[in-house]
Design a protein around this ligand. Structure first.
Ligand SMILES: O=c1[nH]c(=O)c2[nH]c(=O)[nH]c2[nH]1
Length: 287
């Protein structure tokens, strides 16, 4: 019985690249998930482990980041064309390249020129608790993804022998807003109220110059309580979706905070509640 190697390909899947273009305080962002697959003269590596024909997947990932810096990202298609042609043209052992791109759409939050909300993501939630006497209504939303490409710093934090994080005065702040808020008025116009709170959360996220996500979280909850007298408590759970500026020095490229790796995990998880101090707690509302 003969055994032979069938069709095969390899590559780096899901490189999450975010490119920021700055025109003063008016920023544009491109947010892509890029997967590369290459095939060609790959018999030796499979049969004997000879890597001479193999362009490492790590190199493919670096190429995605370097091309984002050098050429920008005009569109998913244009970026895919650049990459696919590059891999086949530059490596004789690579005969075919497939570049699959997912692009995530962001809408502007009009408060600043550098604040964005991911399109069509969030889920509206409601929970009602009733014990025959008392009734509580908690409204909420989850998976509302937002990003500020300016106006965020993080410095002055505790440092110990395990701290390597550099202090920054300019970073991307991105999070997924998961929020719930408790009502004191059961006659509220629920749809209107939901739209108002969603808008206030977005406005406060965009409009707060952030020294930490914790500070932004408090500002968001506080804004809701200030503007909505019949809401008495806001609970927020917000992952810090880290965007790391990619070091492109090894490729002779600078990176003036334009090309970022959007890491998906691990993530910081910032959680907290903001409440009116004159309204009694009602843990049963959150049951
Ligand atoms: O806004 C932040 N809060 C933190 O607590 C924290 N920790 C960290 O590593 N980065 C950040 N960012």
């Amino acid at each position: 019985m003969g055994i032979t190697l069938g069709p095969n390909q390899y590559g780096k899947a899901e490189t999450r690249v975010v490119r920021v273009n700055r025109h003063g305080d008016h920023h544009e962002i491109k947010d892509l998930n890029v997967s590369v697959a290459l095939s060609g003269e790959m018999t030796a590596v499979h049969l004997t482990g000879d890597n001479a024909a193999v362009l490492p997947t790590d190199t493919q990932k670096n190429t995605v980041f370097a091309f984002a810096r050098e050429h920008g990202i005009a569109s998913a298609e244009a970026f895919g064309l650049l990459l696919a042609r590059h891999f086949v043209r530059s490596q004789p052992t690579v005969h075919r390249a497939r570049v699959s791109v997912e692009e995530y759409a962001w809408d502007r939050i009009p408060v600043t020129g550098h604040s964005f909300v991911r399109r069509g993501q969030e889920v509206r939630t409601a929970r009602v608790a009733h014990d025959g006497e008392r009734t509580h209504v908690v409204s909420g939303l989850r998976d509302l993804t937002v990003l500020n490409s300016a106006g965020s710093e993080f410095w002055g934090f505790l440092k110990d022998e395990y701290t390597t994080l550099p202090e920054t005065r300019d970073r991307i702040l991105a999070t997924v807003v998961n929020a719930e808020w408790r009502h004191t008025d059961l006659g509220t116009a629920w749809d209107t109220s939901y739209g108002t709170v969603r808008g206030l959360l977005l406005e406060a996220f965009a409009g707060t110059h952030s020294l930490s996500l914790q500070q932004t979280l408090y500002a968001m909850g506080r804004r809701v309580l200030e503007e909505c007298p019949s809401i008495c408590e806001v609970r927020l759970s917000m992952p810090n979706k880290h965007h790391f500026a990619v070091d492109l020095e090894a490729f002779g490229l600078d990176n003036p905070n334009e090309v970022f790796h959007a890491a998906d995990r691990p993530y910081g998880l910032i959680e907290g509640s903001v409440l009116r101090d004159d309204v009694p707690a009602a843990e049963e509302a959150w049951w």
